[in-house]
Design a protein around this ligand. Structure first.
Ligand SMILES: *[C@@H]1O[C@H](CO)[C@@H](O)[C@H](O)[C@H]1NC(C)=O
Ligand SMILES: *[C@@H]1O[C@H](CO)[C@@H](O)[C@H](O)[C@H]1NC(C)=O
Length: 153
């Protein structure tokens, strides 16, 4: 319970860029904890990107090619937001037209959030040539079983 509260305030903190001078991330002690802190994982193509009027948030438009994880009752939306500043843990370098496997800590029907601190699927689970998960990924997911409930946003 404590760790859920901590995670919840951490996410809040990370989404408030003005409170951070440099991006520092909490480590995930185990793959299971990383996976469970990740609310969505998807193979996507980046369709476009733009910065909001204030220059604080960058918004990517995505095409979802294969969804690996999504919160219950949520259809992953095409909009993925991140901070424009790397010091605020923004992920600003993704390229339009390229495909990636992304994951992030927050998702609802309207938008996804990605930060530098989000857990990344370990490369050993990814066939980087085909950009898809290896069979060992499903074994890992099965071994994790049910994650403790994430805080909702
Ligand atoms: C998902 O939708 C089902 C059916 O409407 C509902 O029973 C369930 O509580 C929902 N789950 C969440 C996490 O909202
Ligand atoms: C997301 O949208 C679906 C389909 O419109 C809806 O059934 C579901 O309740 C929504 N989920 C949330 C968390 O709002």
């Amino acid at each position: 319970m404590l760790s859920i509260i901590f995670l919840s305030s951490l996410i809040l903190f990370l989404t408030l860029p003005s409170h951070l001078e440099s991006c520092s991330c909490m480590d995930f002690p185990t793959e299971k904890e990383g996976y469970c802190a990740t609310s969505w994982i998807s193979k996507v193509k980046v369709v476009s990107k733009e910065t909001d009027g204030l220059g604080l948030m960058m918004s990517y438009r995505l095409e979802h090619l294969k969804v690996y994880k999504a919160p219950e009752n949520v259809t992953l939306p095409e909009v993925m937001n991140t901070a424009t500043q790397e010091s605020a843990c923004g992920q600003t370098h993704f390229k339009v037209g390229k495909q990636y496997i992304f994951g992030g800590s927050a998702a609802n029907n309207d938008s996804l959030l990605i930060t530098f601190c989000d857990w990344r699927v370990p490369l050993k689970y990814i066939d980087e040539v085909k950009l898809e998960m290896k069979p060992t990924w499903q074994k890992f997911v099965d071994s994790v079983g049910k994650c403790p409930a994430l805080p909702t946003h």
